[in-house]
Design a protein around this ligand. Sequence first.
Ligand code: NAI
Ligand code: MG
Length: 317
Amino acid sequence: MIQSSMSALRPLRTLLFGEHYSLTRFCSGFVSRMRYINRLKENDAACLSALQNGHIFLFHRLIPLLQCSDPETFRPIALTYSEVQSVLHKCGSDGSLLKESILIGCSEQNHAQFCLDVGELDPAAIAQNCKGTFMDLRKAFFLLEGAEAPLVAKAQALLQWHQINRFCGATGQLTQRNQAGSQRACSSSSIVYYPKMSPVVIVLVSDGKRCLLGRQSSFPRGLYSALAGFCDMGETLEEALRREVAEEVGLEVQNIIYSSSQHWPFPHSSFMLACHATVSPAHSQLNVDHLELEDARWFTEEEITCALQTGAACRAS
Ligand SMILES: NC(=O)C1=CN([C@@H]2O[C@H](COP(=O)(O)OP(=O)(O)OC[C@H]3O[C@@H](n4cnc5c(N)ncnc54)[C@H](O)[C@@H]3O)[C@@H](O)[C@H]2O)C=CC1
Ligand SMILES: [Mg+2]
């Protein structure tokens, strides 16, 4: 009975996951990778050994080292420990810098992944030795392969967090990081600091036919975006969303629906929580706070589709 129901499932499995699908491997691969990363965060010796067998992504003053396969596609360069050691030697460093690498993940091939900022060394020499280019993440972000953009963003965010959290806020003493770089601790106050993200709500408000987009004066010309704002201490997601929309465009929204979330590295790690919300057409008159937004407008679906298709600036009629 069990056997026959299992074999009945086989075509569906193949359809969903391909010929080489194996339930055991599929589940345990993810679980074991997550447990492995967790163990490396807690065990300095294991983390150091993983670094020696892992892959390292280089940054120079928070700018990632990338390889351009064609003008439209960039990839971060995964180097082995010995490759980085050799590049550092060629650039006049003794290689001790390698211990400052920070754990960022684990590849599907079970290689621990690290990032390292070589900010004290000559970027041109590093780039030449690695056959890559240091490229500002804001420019490269949308040209990176889908799965690699979050990894590079996470690496940059962690490197930045370490650079600006070297001292304990209570004692002013230098803090010490663990080998993985997943925390910093002050030996005087015993405070442990963890990498921080600021929660931000981003909301697409609709009146049933149109949706509301706004722009800050700092945005590139012609760029409009869904409204966004930082959550205040003590607020729920819904309270932050209602307050931000009220502050920025003077509307009271209803029917808040959570959609998805994303880490956003610029300028200092935000945790973006995306929602949809509505206002009734009778209450859609905008009262824009021009201290916060340069402009906000209602856009029709056709206007947005047209702007997305042409890549042109989204302009209201
Ligand atoms: N449509 C948008 O505005 C988009 C925003 N983002 C991200 O969301 C973030 C928040 O959006 P904004 O409209 O700028 O926020 P906002 O509407 O809350 O205004 C920013 C102001 O909030 C204050 N603030 C409160 N908590 C803060 C914190 N933890 N960190 C920094 N400032 C804080 C500061 O005075 C700052 O000038 C942006 O920094 C950006 O990274 C991303 C995509 C689109
Ligand atoms: Mg805002």
